[in-house]
Design a protein around this ligand. Structure first.
Ligand code: UT7
Length: 324
C-alpha cells in the first residue's frame, strides 16, 4: 500500500507584476532578471488576500480532479512559511472553509521544500491506513519582500498548488521520498524578525528585519550540488536511471539552477517542467503549481515516471519519485 496522486489543482492571484514594473522600483532591468533567473513576471496577492484564500482555491480544484469531496478527507497538510497568522494553522482555516469535517489539519514548515516534505508525510499516513490526504503548498511571499532590495524582490511570487493522495496497491504512486536538512546553513536564506527570537517591534520594523534576506550566490552553488545528489539518490533507491524519467518537476527558483542540474544529470530540457517565467519562485507552492500545469497540459500520462525535487531555506533539500 502506498499513496498515488489522485488529483491536482492550483491557483494564482490575478495581479501580474512584470519585470518592467520592477524596473520602476529598484535599480534592475528586464534583461538582467531574465538572463540571471528566467523570470519575466510574477503574481501578487491582492490586499487582504491571504495564504488560505489561495490554498483553498487550489484545494477545491484538486478535490474536483480527484473526484472526491472534502468530507472524504482524513488529513490536510499545508506547507507554507506565509500562513494567515501564527495561530491557528492555515490548514485548519482551509479545513473549516472546505467543510472537511473528518480531517485532521496542520501546517508544515520547510520553506521551499515544504511541499515535498508534506507529500512524504502524507504518503506515510496513507501507508498506515489513512485514505484521502490533501497536501497544499500555498504562499504569499510578497509579504516577506523588501521592495527596495533588488537582491530578493525580483525573485519571488505568490501562488498555491494542491494534490489529493489516495491509497493504491498497484504500480502507481509515490515510490520513495528523500528528505535532507543542514541547519548549519540556516543563514543563507532567512527572515530574521517576527518570531520568538526577535518579536515584532518598532526597531525591528524600522530595520526591515521582517523581510527575507538571502545570500543568493552561495545558495545557488549549494542548490545545484544538492539537487543533483537528491535526484541520483531517488533514482538509485528505485533501481532507475535518468533515461527512465519521463518528467522532471523541479522547484522553480532559477532557470540556471535547473539547467545546470539537468545538464549534470544528462536530462534533456524537453523533459523539464518550467513555469518560473510566469510565476517566479513561489516557495512551497512552486512544485504543486508546476505539476498541476503539466497535468492539465497533458504532459503527464498514466505510467509515466516523474521526479520532483526542491531545495530551500533551512537549508533543506528533498526529492520524490512518482509513477503516474
Ligand atoms: O528557493 C530558494 C531560494 N533561493 C534561490 O533560489 C537563490 C539562488 N540564487 C540565485 O538564484 C542567484 O544567485 C541570484 C539570481 C539571486 C543572483 O544571481 P547571481 O548570478 O548569483 O548574481 P550575484 O548575486 O553574484 O550578483 C551579480 C551582480 C552583482 O553586482 P556586482 O557586485 O557584480 O557589481 C549584484 O549587485 O548583479 C547585481 N544584482 C543585480 N543587478 C540587477 C543583484 N541583483 C540584481 C538585480 N538587478 N535584481
Amino acid at each position: 500500500m502506498r499513496a498515488r496522486i489522485a488529483g491536482t489543482g492550483s491557483y494564482v492571484p490575478e495581479r501580474v507584476m512584470t519585470n518592467a514594473d520592477l524596473e520602476r522600483m529598484v535599480a534592475t532591468s528586464d534583461s538582467w532578471i531574465v538572463a540571471r533567473t528566467g523570470i519575466r513576471e510574477r503574481r501578487i496577492a491582492a490586499p487582504g488576500e491571504a495564504c488560505s484564500d489561495l490554498g483553498m482555491k487550489a484545494a477545491e480544484r484538486a478535490l474536483e480532479a480527484a473526484g472526491i469531496t472534502a468530507a472524504d478527507l482524513d488529513l490536510i497538510l499545508v506547507a507554507t512559511c506565509t500562513g494567515d497568522a501564527p495561530l491557528p494553522s492555515t490548514a485548519c482555516l482551509i479545513q473549516h472553509r472546505l467543510g472537511a469535517v473528518r480531517a485532521a489539519a496542520c501546517d508544515l514548515s520547510a520553506a521551499c521544500c515544504g511541499f515535498v516534505f508534506a507529500l512524504a508525510v502524507g504518503d506515510a499516513y496513507v501507508r498506515t491506513g489513512f485514505r484521502h490526504v490533501l497536501v497544499v503548498g500555498s504562499e504569499v511571499m510578497s509579504m516577506l519582500i523588501d521592495w527596495t532590495d533588488r537582491n530578493t524582490c525580483v525573485l519571488f511570487g505568490d501562488g498555491a498548488g494542491a494534490v489529493v493522495l489516495s491509497p493504491t496497491e498497484g504500480e502507481q504512486g509515490i515510490l520513495s521520498s528523500h528528505l535532507h536538512s543542514d541547519g548549519n546553513l540556516w543563514d543563507l536564506i532567512c527572515v530574521p524578525g517576527g518570531g520568538s527570537r526577535m518579536p515584532p517591534s518598532e526597531k525591528m520594523l524600522a530595520e526591515g528585519l521582517q523581510f527575507i534576506k538571502m545570500k543568493g550566490n552561495e545558495t545557488f552553488k549549494v542548490a545545484v550540488k544538492t539537487l543533483e545528489e537528491a535526484a541520483r539518490e531517488a533514482l538509485a533507491a528505485n533501481h532507475l536511471s535518468v533515461a527512465d524519467l519521463d518528467l522532471y518537476v523541479p522547484h522553480q527558483a532559477n532557470f540556471r539552477i535547473i539547467k545546470a542540474v539537468a545538464d549534470r544529470l544528462g536530462l534533456p530540457m524537453e523533459k523539464v517542467v518550467l513555469n518560473m517565467d510566469r510565476y517566479g519562485n513561489t516557495s512551497a507552492a512552486s512544485i504543486p503549481l508546476a505539476l498541476d500545469e503539466a497535468v492539465r497540459a497533458g504532459r503527464v500520462k498514466k505510467g509515466n515516471l516523474v521526479l520532483i525535487e526542491a531545495f530551500g531555506s533551512g537549508l533543506t533539500w528533498a526529492s520524490s519519485v512518482v509513477r503516474w
